[in-house]
Design a protein around this ligand. Structure first.
Ligand code: CA2
Length: 140
């Protein structure tokens, strides 16, 4: 059974509660039920972790980065600021797909740069929550 973890960074716990015009109307917990249903016949176990704290995101990458088969990472605003997260993604063995719900390239210039993209296996932006499904599909 493949082990794939979705990791969300800061403020993504607010999904479905604020700014639905950018991030949609679904909470992530509701979306996880939908996503698990999509892969029910696949040989994959999906798990989910969210934190607003950079150090906790680093700890989770270190914890699973040598045992899981895939990581789907939306590091939120840390994408644009965190050398530490980029170093962790580069250090671990598990391949990481970077996902963004919104098309960051259509937004403010500070969202156009990602410290993570150069160390990720691939990048999916702008497809809403569907991007997480596309990323999991890559690992299955
Ligand atoms: O588009 C994405 O997925 C982002 O990673 C979301 C981050 C943003 O800083 C990145 O530039 C792009 C922000 C997450 C905030 O999520 C919210 C969700 C609902 C309501 C308010 C914020």
């Amino acid at each position: 059974m493949l082990q794939v973890m979705i990791i969300n960074g800061p403020n993504l716990n607010l999904l479905g509660r604020r700014q639905p015009e950018i991030y949609g109307e679904d909470t992530f917990d509701d979306f996880m039920i939908h996503l698990k249903g999509k892969f029910v016949d696949s040989d994959v176990e999906l798990s989910y972790f969210q934190s607003n704290h950079e150090g906790e995101l680093l700890d989770k990458l270190h914890e699973i980065g040598w045992s899981y088969d895939g990581i789907v990472l939306n590091a939120g605003a840390y994408t644009h600021t965190s050398v530490a997260l980029a170093d962790a993604v580069a250090a671990i063995e598990t391949p990481v797909i970077e996902v963004h719900i919104s098309n960051v390239h259509k937004r403010e210039a500070f969202r156009h740069h990602s410290f993570l993209s150069p160390v990720c296996e691939g990048v999916i932006v702008g497809f809403g929550l569907r991007g997480y499904e596309l990323a999991v599909q890559y690992f299955v």
